[in-house]
Design a protein around this ligand. Structure first.
Ligand code: ATP
Length: 306
């Protein structure tokens, strides 16, 4: 997909696609490191051995001046803890992730990692410390080996297979015609949503980042696939600092903190039980999901099939 000779607006288009869909492509930034919207400051330092602390302090942000998106957002995630962000569509959940990845600079407030403003780090080292499991993973028209190894290009075949096992996709891969050499992507074998997600998890396991940004898939998966993915996610998230944008509340009942975002503001925060106890917006969302689940429990759609 790296056709450097295509027209000038190619870069702009792809840059926005990356920002928007949160494709974890720091290597692509290397190739195209001109014309970035965010620039390293002079003498920026390397984030070499991250501990894993995130602090958002009074963060306000807008993509365009006339429309504020985040308004005075503050939260702390301690190393190894999981914070979940929930809220209606358009409330700014993914924006929080994009800002931590520093796709954009903020207008007011500060974002720091290990108590240093992320603007003081090189973007490369900051992004190296962050693994992203996006909603929809982009696969290259290459072998499955290549696609997983993308998480750490120096990984050995055995390491790639280990990551695939831990992401619960190995058993599937060995059923492909050429196993790990099978070409996937648009022009190869098409993987299902659940399989692509496990490729993303395998990549992230190889990358071994301190921070994980997890954009939970909205698409419904069948119960078994969902379970496999949850198990794989638990492995990849263990002992790391995790920021998850959650759509199904059932997946975040064990989060250390849940933030409820509405119109760019945090309107409730706490653990699941605490938010249920205050009987506000979150507990309302919870009731609605329980009802929706009850209504659809007898039509599990098997969507992880080829
Ligand atoms: P969803 O649950 O639907 O994914 P979200 O809570 O993650 O929504 P964001 O993606 O953070 O919402 O978007 C917040 C708001 O910012 C939305 O109204 C969106 O239209 C707007 N927005 C997002 N990206 C841009 C952009 N590049 N330029 C202008 N506005 C944007």
């Amino acid at each position: 997909i790296m056709q450097l000779y295509t027209p000038l607006n190619w870069f702009g288009t792809y840059y926005r696609m990356i920002q928007q869909n949160f494709i974890d492509m720091e290597n692509m930034f290397d190739l195209l490191n001109e014309k970035q919207e965010v620039i390293d400051k002079k003498g920026a330092q390397e984030l070499l051995v991250p501990r894993g602390r995130i602090v958002f302090k009074n963060v306000s942000f807008s993509y365009t001046p006339e429309r504020p998106i985040l308004n005075n957002v503050s939260f702390i995630v301690e190393p190894g803890k999981t914070i979940a962000v929930v809220g209606p569509t358009g409330s700014g959940k993914s924006t929080i992730m994009r800002l931590l990845f520093r796709f954009y600079d903020i207008n007011k407030g500060s974002i720091s990692v290990d108590d240093i403003n992320i603007k003081d780090y090189t973007q490369k080292s900051l992004r190296q410390a962050i693994g992203v499991v996006p909603q929809d993973t982009v696969l290259f028209n290459e072998s499955i080996f290549y696609n997983i190894r993308y998480g750490r290009v120096t990984a050995t075949d055995e390491e790639v297979k280990d990551a695939a096992r831990n992401a619960d996709i190995h058993d599937k891969i060995v059923t492909f015609p050429d196993q790990y050499d099978t070409k996937v992507g648009e022009r190869g074998l098409k993987l299902s949503g659940g399989e692509k997600q496990r490729v993303a998890i395998a990549r992230t396991l190889l990358k071994n980042p301190t921070f994980i940004l997890l954009d939970e898939a909205t698409s419904a998966l069948d119960t078994q696939t969902e379970r496999n993915i949850q198990t794989a996610l638990q492995k990849v998230c263990a002992d790391r600092t995790v920021l998850v944008v959650a759509h199904r509340l059932s997946t975040i009942i064990h989060a250390d903190t849940i933030l409820v975002l509405k119109d760019g503001m945090i309107i409730e925060r706490g653990r699941h039980e605490e938010l249920i106890a205050i009987d506000g917006v979150y507990s309302n969302m919870w009731r609605q999901q329980l009802e929706a689940n009850n209504n659809s429990s007898d039509n599990d759609q098997p969507s992880d099939q080829n």
